[in-house]
Design a binder for this molecule. Structure first.
Ligand code: AMP
Ligand code: MN
Ligand code: MN
Length: 339
């Protein structure tokens, strides 16, 4: 089958039946691969580790493989040493089921997707609206704050005891994707799940400390540099900033994840963007909005994400990249389609 346009056998609208289907697969399958999107974040890493814990409880073997390194700030996550890189997957022929978490399309797994044997079943668990439903089983719950919350729901439905490790992972996934409960995806259920995790042993202060207070000075200096570049566009409806490869040479290993969120603090603009040149001519773009649908905009630029937080990769020089983003935004603003 064409993985990228996989038929949907199970709709996401019924979490109970899709969870039952995944449970049945876990019981009958023995050889799992667990993966997630490139440039993994706290939600994707927490999700793969909770799913691995679930398989451990069923005494099933699994390999966790991601086509990118794990950022240092996530090294405190219990079990993180189990996450291997692409090069540690020389032979994938024995895989019976691949579980893909927090990825809106199989291509988001980078080279891992191509390594999944044609004969293997794909279980796709995610919370992105634009998920292409590339699995044989698709558990897509767009109302969930995070994929970690979905995986925990599955864990709970399997009647497994909630361990402090799982609680810490789920709490981390939730705080990472909700920006510490600040974003619009924070609902009553999110807070209830978070409270349950705290009761089970997740220490909120320590998790936030581990995530946020272990940066190098270079990360803050890179942020300071980016902030000096703040510019307004399209009659102040859009605010953006950028960092080039050249800039980043001054700040080795600066972690730029989340820089875009600082732009959200500025009153007025409805869309925020941050352009990060990851390699000469290759730009990672983060888009945010308080009320516009930036997923739609990122989609037009070859990326995706959520309504209020999306991203894409664009090649070219900075001016070209900026022009493409602004061209797209201005067309969508004029058509009044992005609200
Ligand atoms: P970021 O700006 O990297 O924090 O990403 C925001 C959201 O957009 C996350 O849900 C990402 O998974 C998603 N996203 C980022 N880049 C892409 C891309 N190139 N294609 C699809 N989704 C993306
Ligand atoms: Mn993610
Ligand atoms: Mn997520």
């Amino acid at each position: 089958m064409n993985r990228k346009n996989g038929e949907t056998k199970v709709r996401s609208s019924d979490p109970v039946s899709v969870h039952d289907e995944i449970k049945a697969i876990i019981k009958k399958e023995d050889r799992f691969l667990i993966t997630t999107h490139v440039r993994p974040d706290g939600d994707s890493l927490a999700s793969v580790l909770v799913f691995a814990g679930l398989l451990d409880a069923f005494r099933k073997s699994c390999r966790i493989c991601i086509d990118d390194g794990v950022p240092r700030k996530y090294d405190f996550l219990p079990g993180i040493e189990r996450v291997k890189s692409f090069d540690d997957l020389p032979d994938s022929s024995g895989i019976g089921t691949a579980v893909v978490l927090d990825a809106s399309g199989l291509e988001r797994t980078g080279r891992i997707g191509d390594r999944i044997p044609e004969t293997a079943r794909i279980v796709n668990i995610d919370h992105h609206e634009g998920n292409s439903r590339f699995g044989e089983v698709n558990c897509i719950l767009t109302g969930s704050s995070s994929t970690a919350e979905i995986v925990y729901d599955l864990y709970r439905r399997c009647d497994l005891p909630l361990t402090p490790e799982v609680a810490r992972l789920v709490y981390t996934g939730i705080v990472c994707d909700t920006g510490c409960f600040r974003f619009a995806n924070t609902g009553a259920q999110t807070l209830e799940t978070a409270a349950e995790m705290v009761r089970a042993g997740a220490d909120p202060g320590k998790i936030i400390h581990d995530l946020q207070n272990r940066h190098s000075a270079h990360t803050l200096q890179a942020l300071g540099h980016a902030l000096t570049r703040i510019r307004f566009f399209l009659d102040d409806a859009v605010v953006g900033m950028h960092l080039t490869c050249q800039d980043l040479k001054q700040f080795p290993e600066a972690d730029t994840e989340g820089f875009v969120n600082y732009l959200r603090m500025i009153e007025g603009p409805s869309v925020q963007f941050f352009i990060n040149e990851v390699q000469p001519g290759r730009h990672r773009v983060s888009l945010r909005s308080h009320e516009k649908d930036v997923n739609q905009i990122a989609g037009r630029l070859g990326g995706g994400g959520h309504a209020r937080a999306a991203g894409c990769d664009i090649t070219g020089n900075l001016e070209q990249v900026q022009d493409r983003i602004l061209g797209c935004l201005s067309a969508v603003f004029k058509a009044g389609r992005a609200d």
